[in-house]
Design a protein around this ligand. Structure first.
Ligand SMILES: NC(=O)c1ccc[n+]([C@@H]2O[C@H](COP(=O)([O-])OP(=O)(O)OC[C@H]3O[C@@H](n4cnc5c(N)ncnc54)[C@H](OP(=O)(O)O)[C@@H]3O)[C@@H](O)[C@H]2O)c1
Length: 388
């Protein structure tokens, strides 16, 4: 019996050494894929296994852990680029623009869809990227432009198909209490963030099927976490997230992998400019009934735009976590279904799924609000009592 155990100990030791060595080699080759924290945790786990149990059980658990980590790493391995073709929508500015450049430097054949092919973003892509990159006029709310872009992509990729579509184009609209925001903003958000992405997806899917490729949809943390003043934007992103999850299930039979990216706050052009805010504010005021204007009061209504400044101020400037996650979704052998680049985004998504609604609402009460400003009618004692 004791000979059996000592043989098993040697076997476990050998298995652990082989798997552990392979894991370390893989980690060294792709250091970006896992933090050094994970490696430290694995080391601690190994020591804990050896200290907590007998040598035999400790080694058995350790070799099992190494096997699991090894399986995980195998899924993290990056596929060769081999000039694979990728379409990125909304490449004029922000994440899409940076992503098109990044994928180009990695050797992908990039189709950079832009809202304005004569704009400065498009010009910069032509000027700074390789000849593999093609700039395509692609307003994703315009079916004719989607068809024209499809024809151009087919001409170039021929039988190879398209490896990935990154539905990145998106707008935030104008923030405000759901009651105040005009229907035009709800419709614009749905038109770009949801219907546009769905139409691009449906058009390009035959090409993705040929390549057994990837669909990567850039949704938002706001599509999974209810944030005040973002009803129009969040609803359109929630629709995109759910669409992506259903497509993930349906497209697996074609070996197409679908990922959703849910970024938190990154400073890009998404918050818009003061000119745009002025226009949107006028649009909002034009659409409000006298009764709603009376109940909310001018001060409260005019403070809605403060959120855009607040979003801009609180956002981080380094968008590399988003680029890294999209790159992983496009290229890893086994991409994740969800990515939440940016720590706040990840924590918020965990928080909303784990905490009771009342706790979540309490904690986020003053987030994204215009200070302590209340609608005019709620500040009047008579109406307050009436409401109670
Ligand atoms: N930044 C963040 O913190 C954050 C957080 C969560 C999710 N996201 C999502 O990330 C994606 C990229 O946003 P971003 O932050 O990079 O903002 P951005 O700089 O405003 O980029 C959005 C891009 O989409 C383009 N676009 C707008 N409407 C379009 C249309 N109808 N057809 C084609 N392109 C259109 C814009 O063109 P113009 O430049 O000409 O307007 C712009 O190039 C969006 O889907 C956004 O919702 C961003």
């Amino acid at each position: 019996m004791s000979t059996f155990f000592s043989e098993m100990v040697w076997l476990c030791l050998a298995v652990t050494a082989v798997l552990g060595g392979t894991v370390l080699c893989k980690y060294k080759k792709s250091p970006g894929q896992v933090g050094s924290l994970a490696v430290c945790l694995a080391g601690l786990w190994g020591v804990a296994c050896l200290l907590s149990w007998s040598l035999f059980w400790g080694l058995l658990f350790l070799s099992l852990s190494c096997f699991l980590v090894h399986t995980y790493f195998s899924g993290q391995a990056l596929l060769p680029v081999d000039g694979k073709a990728v379409l990125v929508t909304g490449s004029d500015s922000g994440i899409g623009h940076a992503l098109s450049k990044y994928l180009d430097t990695l050797g992908f054949t990039v189709f950079a869809g832009v809202l304005n092919e004569k704009g400065s973003g498009a010009e910069e892509l032509r000027r700074t990227c390789s000849e593999r990159l093609s700039v395509l006029q692609l307003d994703i709310t315009n079916p004719e432009q989607i068809k024209a872009a499809y024809s151009k992509v087919v001409d170039k990729v021929q039988d190879r198909g398209l490896w990935a579509v990154v539905n990145n184009a998106g707008i935030i609209g104008f923030p405000g209490d759901g009651e105040l925001v005009p229907m035009t903003i709800y419709r614009q958000c749905m038109a770009v963030n949801f219907f546009g992405a769905v139409e691009v997806t449906k058009t390009f899917l035959p090409l993705l099927r040929r390549a057994k490729g990837r669909l990567v949809n850039i949704s938002s943390m706001a599509g999974g976490v209810p944030l005040k003043k973002l009803a129009a934007y969040s609803s359109s992103k929630a629709a995109l997230t759910m669409f992506s999850s259903v497509m993930r299930q349906e497209l697996s039979k074609w070996e197409i992998k679908v990922s959703v990216i849910q970024p938190g706050g990154f400073r890009t052009g998404i918050a818009g400019t003061i000119d745009m805010w002025d226009k949107q504010e006028k649009n909002l005021l034009d659409h409000l009934s006298p009764e709603v204007q009376e109940d909310y009061g001018q001060d409260y209504i005019l403070a809605q735009r403060n959120l855009l400044g607040y979003i801009d101020k609180c956002s981080r400037t380094d968008i590399s976590p988003v680029l890294r996650d999209v790159h992983h979704a496009v290229r890893a052998k086994s991409p994740s279904a969800f990515y939440a680049p940016g720590r706040p985004s990840y924590l918020m998504l965990c928080f909303v799924s784990l905490s009771p609604t009342s706790l979540f609402d309490y904690v986020t009460e003053n987030m994204f609000s215009s200070g302590n400003l209340k609608p005019r009618a709620l500040s009047m004692p008579k109406l307050k009592n009436k409401a109670m």
